[in-house]
Design a protein around this ligand. Sequence first.
Ligand SMILES: [Zn+2]
Ligand SMILES: [Zn+2]
Ligand SMILES: [Zn+2]
Length: 283
Amino acid sequence: MRLVFLGTGTSVGVPMIGCGCAVCTSADPRNRRRRTSAYLQGGGVSLVVDTAPDFRDQVLTFGVPRVDAVLFTHSHADHIFGFDDIRRFNLMQGGLIPAYASAETVADLKRVFNYVITEPPSAGRYRPRTEFRVIAGPWRMGGLEIEPLDVVHGHTRTLGFLFREGNRTLGYVPDCSEMPPATLERLRGADVMVLDALREKPHPTHLTVADSVALLERIGARKSYMVHMNHEVDHAGLEASLPDRIRAAYDGLTLEWREGFPEPLARSPKSVSAPPTSFAPDP
Ligand SMILES: [Zn+2]
Ligand SMILES: [Zn+2]
Ligand SMILES: [Zn+2]
């Protein structure tokens, strides 16, 4: 499996429009955070988890050679607004690209991207070709098993995902204020855990850095990475404050599982190559 962090920032991104703070004006590229989303290659399948408003820029910057499916955690704007740009993958690959989400998120996607489902094919095919699929439980694509997990995100619920390829596992929960015990149990002992850590101060819909550390300690992944940080979080400062097994992710960071253990690779934009594909996408 290989995971590319396409974006690691909160909904407004970092730098934030109109802000001149030390992080927003930082020269450290790890303090430039596009909206949170990820690219996962495993089991012969290439997936995008959430299509952020920055999706096009993320694809051009970090290299996303193929998209077999899109998974959505929830329908907040920072996780869905780049969806229209999967058109290019439709044209390059041929065929439709399924989008998987909860029933509630599928309803929102059908409303926000209404033209995708209402426009007849004869009206022109330069729109996303997709099929919205409601996630009803764990499912499999190629050699990748995907388990949806219930997550509390303020007054709404989101999906987290547990990905498994053989004995290699990844937990991915980008927006979270509280983790139900059953979800925590499923994630316990994952190889890699990716979790929300918005900022130091409390927030009604996100975990603080301290909350995130406490939860990550309980999950006990071999390596953990924080995402969805805002402009109050300086990358180097945060990393210096964290235990070794917990790191702050940054845009373009790529993790690769080698001999059952994930090793972070150096930041290497456009280094992602097409996987050997054993997954037959829908016609
Ligand atoms: Zn978000
Ligand atoms: Zn700022
Ligand atoms: Zn959200």
